[in-house]
Design a protein around this ligand. Structure first.
Ligand code: SF4
Length: 374
């Protein structure tokens, strides 16, 4: 079967060139053609010998992901739904801001973690994406947007990547790491480690491995100040409770390109948004000695969740309480509201494979209170 070269980082491509009896520097030439110039046809690669191009055409492909839909929001956000076969689709979202263009990439079709507030978690797990399928999201977005944004040679559309789309990236580690290496490689996308973020629900052993293998910025989905509540919101907490998770965060900082961990915190009305819970978070991160920032995410409601978004004033008050304790705290802007830009919302319309909606509805949320009680 022909190899999809989107699957190969520099090391893999070098071995591939070796196997064809070609010099190793051909690997960097191929990387530049594929990832910097967006070539998908070997005939375009004008500085490669014709005999090598002919050989490549027989044994390799550059196979992007088919686009199912593309939606562009009035605020510049673009969301693609890509077909990954067998009725599965994954989402990729581009979020432009004044000083950056951030691409949110998926790592799995569905997700096995099953977070209560997450649309993807409600769809169940189908399969891991390959390295090529992860990278193809960046490849497509970068080259589609370059033309559309009228960028000059050398300018990039995507300046930041967050592995925060569908899936738990650290449960697809073998495919993730070569994809990260391609994002960082100067012959491919050349992003700095600080501008590539892996977001995890807290797979402790894999946080340690990432620190050793490919340290990039780390975001952790915390969402609760104590184990009882986090067990009910992020089920992986039963395996890796908060103190173990914070220990891994502390170790990660030894190698991380940033000197803080970002904690994501989805604001759920009457569940995790009380003033006392903000104070408990402050005590938690102080006692664990983890330098951190908080990113408060207004929950994007979807019918099956049974949860509501915290009112704006409560989110602001929660942020203020963290800031008063000298913790840098941001509130995520809701972007692309007109195109359902929240994780998993479009793909969920494609398929719910496992009837996981029904299972999740049966799990009570610890600490759930009526909205008016908060
Ligand atoms: S929040 Fe992330 S880890 Fe949790 S279910 Fe959704 S995709 Fe999976």
């Amino acid at each position: 079967m022909a190899a999809n070269l989107l699957d190969l980082d520099l090391e893999g491509l070098t071995a591939f060139c070796d196997s064809l009896g070609e010099k190793r520097f051909r690997a960097t030439q191929l990387l530049r053609w594929i990832h910097q110039k967006g070539a998908h046809d070997f005939a375009q690669m004008s500085d490669l010998a014709k005999s090598f191009r002919d050989k490549l055409a027989q044994v390799a492909t550059i196979t992007p992901l088919p686009v199912v839909t593309e939606h562009a929001s009035a605020d510049g956000t673009v969301k693609w739904l890509f077909d990954v076969g067998a009725g599965n689709a994954v989402e990729t979202v581009f979020i432009p801001e004044d000083d950056r263009g951030t691409l949110c990439i998926s790592s799995q079709a569905g997700c096995a973690v099953g977070c209560r507030f997450c649309s993807t978690g409600h769809q169940g797990f189908s399969r891991n994406l390959t390295t090529g399928e992860i990278v193809a999201q960046l490849w497509h977005a970068e080259h589609a947007l370059r033309g559309r944004l009228n960028l000059k040679a050398g300018e990039r559309a995507v300046t930041n990547v967050v592995m925060m789309g569908m899936g738990e990236p650290l449960q697809n580690y073998a495919a993730l790491v070569p994809a990260l290496r391609l994002m960082l490689d100067d012959h491919a996308y050349g992003l700095s480690r600080r501008r590539v973020t892996v977001s995890t629900s807290g797979i402790v052993p894999m946080i340690d491995r990432l620190r050793d293998d490919c340290p990039v910025a780390l975001a952790v989905s915390l969402h609760a100040p104590d184990d009882a509540l986090r067990d009910s919101l992020v089920p992986i907490n039963r395996k890796y409770p908060i103190d173990e998770l914070l220990g891994a965060c502390r170790r990660y900082l030894d190698a991380a390109p940033r000197d803080f961990i970002t904690f994501e915190y989805c604001m759920l009305d009457g569940v995790n948004d009380a003033a006392g819970q903000a104070d408990a978070l402050v005590r938690l991160v102080r006692s664990a000695r983890v330098p951190c920032k908080f990113n408060l995410i207004p929950f994007n409601p979807f019918p099956e969740s049974g949860l509501r978004r915290s009112p704006r004033e409560r989110i602001v008050a929660f942020a203020q309480r963290l800031q008063d304790a000298a913790i840098v705290t941001t509130i995520r802007k809701t972007r692309g509201d007109d195109i359902d830009a929240a994780c998993g919302q479009l793909a969920g319309e494609v398929r719910d494979r496992t009837r996981v909606h029904e299972r999740l509805r049966r799990i009570p949320v610890v600490g759930e209170r009526a909205s008016s009680a908060a």
